[in-house]
Every structure is written in C-alpha cells, then in structure tokens.
Unconditional design. Sequence first.
Length: 164
Amino acid sequence: MRPRLALVLAVATCLGAGYVPVAPGTAGSALALPIAWGVYRLAGIWGVGAAVVIATLSGLWASALAEKHYGEHDSSHIVVDELAGQLVSVLPVPSRWPYLVVAFGWFRLFDSVKPWPAGWVDRNVGGGGGVMLDDLVAGVYSAAVTALLVHTGVVDRVLSWLLP
C-alpha cells in the first residue's frame, strides 16, 4: 500500500476502528469518548474544540480520498465523521463519564435517524463534505440535548436515583 493511501485510510478509519465487523460507526463514536476525556483533562474545552477542528479538517481530506478507494459514498469503513460528530456532542458539557455516555447515546440516535438537515445532507452532498457534515449536524443536535439534560440537572437526578 502506498504511504499516502495508508495515511488516508488510517485517518478515515480512525486507525482501523472502521473495520470492526459489527457497528463500525458505533466503534468510531466510542473512540471519541476517551479522546474527549483525555484532551479535556490536558487542555480543557478549548482542547476539545481544537480536536473537533482537527478531526473535521483531516476527515474532509481523508474521507474524500477513501471514498474513491472504497468505490462508494460514505463507506461503513469511514468513521472519522463519527469521531468528529461525537466530539461536537460533548463540547457543551463537563468531561465526566456519565455526561459523555449520555452524549454518546444521543449522538448515536441522531446519527442513525438523521433528522433534517442531516438526512438531506447525507442524500444530497457528495464527497468528503457529505461524509462529514451529516455527522456534524447530528453532533450539534446531540450537544443541544445533552447540554439541556446536564445543565438542568436531569442527568445528575437520574444518576442519584440509579446509584443512591
């Protein structure tokens, strides 16, 4: 494999997470959680924001080229879009594991259901932009719902009932 193609596929598949045989998108999303937690600990919310930018820009580049390699739009092996969208979903909340898990659940729901405009983008925008943008929209929706549930205390109340 040529070195450039190897780098493209490493980025697009998030170092191989996209080759998980069952639910590769979920694997890509799950990979974002320890990354978000670690980056938040090292560099705070600005670090997580920088990680979103890096994942998005590298994902735009790699997913466009990986689509050509795989010969299909938004191949299931391309999961850098899930990584970027999941990172967006945790931006408005403190980096605590219960909050990250809530954001994960909402992101997977919105990424699967693709409410407008995510579904429209998925069907109508080609190339790397189309691969990345629908997941970024799902990340924004997830961020909004997660922030509402965390900042109104709902998540902490539910946790106090479950873990007295």
